[in-house]
Design a protein around this ligand. Structure first.
Ligand SMILES: Nc1ncnc2c1ncn2[C@@H]1O[C@H](COP(=O)(O)OP(=O)(O)O)[C@@H](O)[C@H]1O
Ligand SMILES: [Mg+2]
Length: 719
């Protein structure tokens, strides 16, 4: 008996040793996996495999407890059919609500062996239900512990077959589980670290990506998409707070369940998101059904996590993620999302600041662009760094072609000189006038003001010139001056003419009487002739003075300018021929309708032709050309007549005086011709201008307004 007993003992002893050996080998094998970076997944799979080998289990499941959320989740499973696996992995046990072998082991930390569920008084309704579904007869459930902490449990069985386990088998499996729990915990920590590293890396990539964009919409979309990715939520919505209305508006949404972002508004304080915006605190809701603050916005949400976007103590909005699964988010997710929200808030602030800066800059640029003056800035290298629209117009430039070029290559010497003065000697000018001669000989008067450009540190960074086109201003000034002189001289001359006319009549009469009474010698005759000639000249002058001071009011009617021109030329034909002056009439055949007094305008043409002829003592050519012009601003149309001769021209000094009454350079001139021309044209609402340079001939430009309407009237015929 004892021998037999001894024999049996030896056999079981050897078997036990063998089992232990296998077990040790397995543990060794699994531990060695840990020295390499390996996923928890792989370790658990190999644990499942090894224990099946040692204990002959066909099915094995590892549950891990999540204390925060009071859940017991089946994380790894081996040997179950796919349908059962899916079910086991999807439905976690709730530690507080579900009473079954698994939750009991996880709570108490003791191994439980159920040989036969059907006949075990410990089996609860849940146990029985699960057994039925899973075709389970018995289970060994061993806690996984780290020191005193229960991290989960391993359950094993042989499907449909009762487990036959000795006390020793159970002990051995428990020992194995103890070892395994260390391995699992290590692997889990490692995995958690890796997850964190991965999340941080994602965060870093997002920061990099988002920091480079200043488009708020794009940025917020990138953020909500990333939040969805790093938390594995089912949807993410980013709300921004509208300051005035105190309402939250959807700025971006990702995932399922899209809302009408245009019209959807959430009041501060309303729902979980509203509460977060109001309190400035994050909120993690594992089960929205049990949360009184929950407000259904999207259907099918089971859990929700919302964090505020705070910058400088102000809530800018709320980053919210939802899941269709209960308890989908952990404290870790909350922490991560908070980091993320901090980053997002500062990005939003930056983008808004940037937007403000851009608006301010655009505003300043708009002012510059709309300026009626040309504004040019030049850097220290004397290169053009900016010009405005008016500069393009005034100098006929294109911005793209001059930016970066030396100012001296673009602007004329006068302007370059002012720029050099500013940059080299820090000397600025104020409204300095310069004249610019265009290709067509037209003269533009510019007023230039320069200033030094300094940065915030008061260092010189360049110069700026403001150029004002003074041409029109100058013309008006000149016209006013001319009219002033004309009117005062007109009054004066009218008086003088009257005073002279009466005595002149008696002088003339007396001289004629004397001529009859005197005995004429050769010398007396010459004397009398000279006197008579002098009297005639005075009479012409007096008539001119009276014409000028009191020209009859024009009788305006629509007439043919061309005909009057032809008449005037015909009138002077013999004189012109005598002086070898040819007249070329180059006007268009069909001139537009102009309203004028034919008699007075003929006087104008004759005066201009005579002046041209008188200027060309050696003979020459006078051309008369016409042109149409439209005022860009008023849209009014004008007929221009150019009287051009190739005479000696007028000196710069005299140019401003030719319209003055009595200004003449001729020995026998009256100096009244052009004054009368001016006066007549003025009464026609027309104008006269002169363009001339010494040695280059002279052009008189007449400018008549064109009346498109049938406006035929004769104002006055008073003589
Ligand atoms: N076509 C011209 N070429 C050169 N000088 C001119 C011309 N027309 C006018 N002038 C100058 O303007 C002055 C004034 O002309 P005007 O008023 O007609 O008086 P007058 O012909 O009696 O001198 C002239 O003396 C002459 O110096
Ligand atoms: Mg004259």
């Amino acid at each position: 008996m004892p021998r037999k007993q001894e024999g049996r003992g030896l056999a079981s002893y050897t078997a036990e040793l063998k089992t232990k050996d296998k077990l040790l080998a397995s543990i060794h094998k699994i531990s060695s996996l840990l020295t390499r970076t390996i996923s928890l997944d792989k370790i658990l799979t190999s644990i499942v495999k090894e224990t099946s080998l040692v204990f002959g289990f066909t099915r094995l499941a590892i549950f891990l407890a999540d204390k925060d959320r009071c859940l017991l989740e089946c994380r790894y499973i081996h040997g179950f059919n796919p349908e059962d696996s899916e079910r086991a992995l999807r439905f976690p046990y709730r530690l507080d609500d579900h009473d079954c072998v698994e939750t009991r082991v996880a709570k108490v930390g003791k191994t439980v062996f159920v040989k036969d569920y059907q006949n075990d008084p410990r089996a609860t309704s849940i146990d029985l239900k699960v057994s039925r579904i899973m075709h389970r007869v018995s289970t060994i459930a061993v806690p996984l512990k780290i020191k005193k902490d229960i991290i989960g449990l391993i359950t094993a069985d042989k499907d449909d077959i009762k487990l036959k386990l000795t006390r020793k088998d159970i002990d051995a499996f428990s020992t194995f589980a103890n070892q395994a729990s260390i391995i699992i915990e290590n692997a889990r920590l490692q995995e958690q670290n890796q997850k964190k590293i991965k999340q941080l890396l994602t965060l870093q990539t997002i920061s990099k990506k988002t920091s480079s964009t200043f488009n708020l919409e794009k940025l917020l979309n990138a953020i909500s998409a990333s939040a969805l990715k790093i938390t594995k939520a089912s949807s993410c919505t980013l709300f921004l707070l509208e300051e005035e209305s105190k309402q939250l508006k959807i700025a971006s949404q990702n995932g399922y369940g899209h809302l009408d972002a245009e019209n959807f508004r959430l009041k501060v304080g309303e729902g979980i998101v509203g509460w977060v915006a109001q309190s400035g605190m994050p909120l993690l809701v594992s089960d929205v059904r049990q949360e009184p603050r929950y407000l259904e916005i999207i259907e099918g949400v089971a859990s929700q996590l919302a964090v505020p976007l705070i910058s400088e103590k102000r809530v800018l909005g709320v980053l919210n993620i939802d899941s269709r699964n209960r308890a989908a988010f952990s404290e870790d997710d909350l922490k991560l999302l908070l980091i993320f929200a901090g980053h997002t808030a500062s990005l939003i602030k930056n983008v808004r600041l940037y937007g403000q800066v851009i608006t301010e800059r655009n505003f300043r640029e708009d002012i510059l662009e709309s300026s009626p003056n040309s504004v040019v800035s030049i850097n220290l290298k004397k290169e053009i760094s900016s010009i405005n629209r008016r500069t393009e117009e005034l100098f006929h430039l294109k911005r793209g072609q001059v930016l970066g070029r030396k100012a001296a290559e673009v602007f004329e010497a006068d302007i370059t000189q002012i720029i050099n003065l500013a940059l080299d000697h820090h000397a600025v000018v104020d409204s300095q006038e310069i004249k610019k001669i265009g290709n067509d000989g037209s003269v533009t008067t510019l007023g230039i003001t320069s200033s030094l450009l300094k940065n915030h540190q008061r260092n010189l960074i360049g110069a700026m010139v403001i150029i004002r086109d003074l041409t029109e201003e100058k013309k008006t000034e000149e016209l006013i001056r001319r009219m002033d002189r004309l009117s005062s001289l007109g009054q004066l001359s009218a008086g003088i003419a009257h005073e002279i006319r009466n005595p002149l009549t008696s002088i003339n009469f007396n001289v004629q009487l004397l001529a009859k009474k005197l005995v004429m010698t050769e010398a007396t005759r010459n004397l009398i002739d000279d006197t008579q000639e002098g009297i005639d000249r005075i009479r012409i002058l007096v008539k001119g003075m009276l014409d000028f001071s009191k020209p009859s009011r024009p009788c305006l009617k629509s007439d043919s300018i061309l005909r009057v021109l032809q008449d005037s030329i015909a009138l002077l034909d013999s004189q012109l021929k005598k002086n070898s002056v040819a007249v070329a009439l180059e006007v268009q055949e069909a001139l537009p309708e102009v309203i004028f007094d034919a008699h007075q305008i003929q006087q104008v043409f004759v005066n201009l032709l005579l002046n041209g002829m008188e200027a060309m003592a050696e003979g020459g050519r006078i051309s008369i050309a016409s042109r149409l012009e439209q005022d860009a601003r008023t849209q009014s149309e004008y007929l221009l007549l150019h009287f051009t001769d190739d005479g000696p021209g007028i000196s710069r000094e005299n140019l401003s005086k030719v319209f003055n009454p009595f200004f003449t350079t001729k020995a026998d001139g009256t100096g009244l011709g052009l004054s009368i021309v001016h006066k007549i044209l003025e009464q026609h609402n027309a104008s006269v201008d002169v363009c001339s340079a010494e040695g280059k001939g002279t052009t008189f430009i007449l400018r008549f307004p064109i009346h498109r309407t049938e406006e035929k009237r004769c104002i006055d015929t008073e003589s």
